[in-house]
Design a protein around this ligand. Structure first.
Ligand SMILES: CC(C)(COP(=O)(O)OP(=O)(O)OC[C@H]1O[C@@H](n2cnc3c(N)ncnc32)[C@H](O)[C@@H]1OP(=O)(O)O)[C@@H](O)C(=O)NCCC(=O)NCCS
Length: 146
C-alpha cells in the first residue's frame, strides 16, 4: 500500500479543514467542530498519509452506552480515490471502536459512498427525511460486527 493509516491529532487541524472543505463543500464542518473531532475524548480519529500528505480522514465515536459505533465523517481527496484509502480507514476505525454494531448516515444521492459501505457489509436500516442541507434525505446504514 502506498499510504499509511495513523492517529490524527490537533496538529492536523489545518489539513483536515482543507480536506473537509474539498470533500464535502456545503456539508463541511466548521473549524471548531473539526477541532472537537481531533481532541474530544473517546473519538477515533485516523488519517491516511500518502507521501507525507494527509489524503484521507475518518472520525468515529460510540453512542448508546458504547453499544454502537458511528462513523461521523469520512473523506478522501479526489486525486487519491479508488486506491482503497477509504476502505482501509473504515476497517481500522471499526476495529478501534470495537463495538458490536456500526452505523452511519449518507446522502441518498451519494452512490460512491453507498457502494463503499455496502461492499463493506453495511445495510440500510432507516431513512431520515430531509436530514441534509438542501432537504435531501439521509440513509442510515448499519453493520453488525459480531
Ligand atoms: C466515498 C469516498 C470516501 C471513497 O473513497 P475511496 O478512497 O475512493 O474509496 P476506496 O478506494 O476505498 O473504495 C472502496 C470501494 O468503494 C466503492 N467505491 C468507492 N468509490 C467509488 C466510485 N467512485 N465508484 C464506484 N465505486 C466506488 C468500490 O466498491 C470500491 O472498491 P473497488 O475500488 O475495489 O471497486 C470518496 O469518494 C469521498 O471522499 N467522497 C466525498 C466525501 C464523501 O462522500 N464521504 C462519505 C460521506 S458518508
Amino acid at each position: 500500500m502506498p499510504f499509511t493509516i495513523q492517529q490524527a491529532t490537533w496538529r492536523d487541524l489545518q489539513d483536515l479543514y482543507r480536506l473537509e472543505h474539498t470533500c464535502f463543500e456545503e456539508d463541511a464542518w466548521p473549524a471548531l467542530d473539526l477541532l472537537g473531532v481531533l481532541t474530544f475524548p473517546g473519538i477515533v480519529r485516523l488519517k491516511a498519509e500518502w507521501g507525507g500528505k494527509m489524503v484521507g480522514f475518518i472520525g468515529g465515536e460510540t453512542r448508546d452506552h458504547q453499544q454502537t459505533g458511528w462513523i461521523i465523517t469520512l473523506g478522501v481527496l479526489e486525486e487519491y480515490r479508488r486506491h482503497g484509502v477509504a476502505k482501509a480507514l473504515l476497517q481500522e476505525c471499526e476495529q478501534q471502536l470495537a463495538t458490536r454494531s456500526m452505523r452511519l448516515c449518507v446522502r441518498v444521492s451519494n452512490e460512491n459512498a453507498i457502494r463503499l459501505y455496502k461492499d463493506a457489509g453495511y445495510m440500510q436500516v432507516e431513512i431520515w427525511p430531509q436530514y441534509y442541507r438542501g432537504g435531501e434525505d439521509a440513509l442510515v446504514l448499519e453493520k453488525y460486527l459480531v
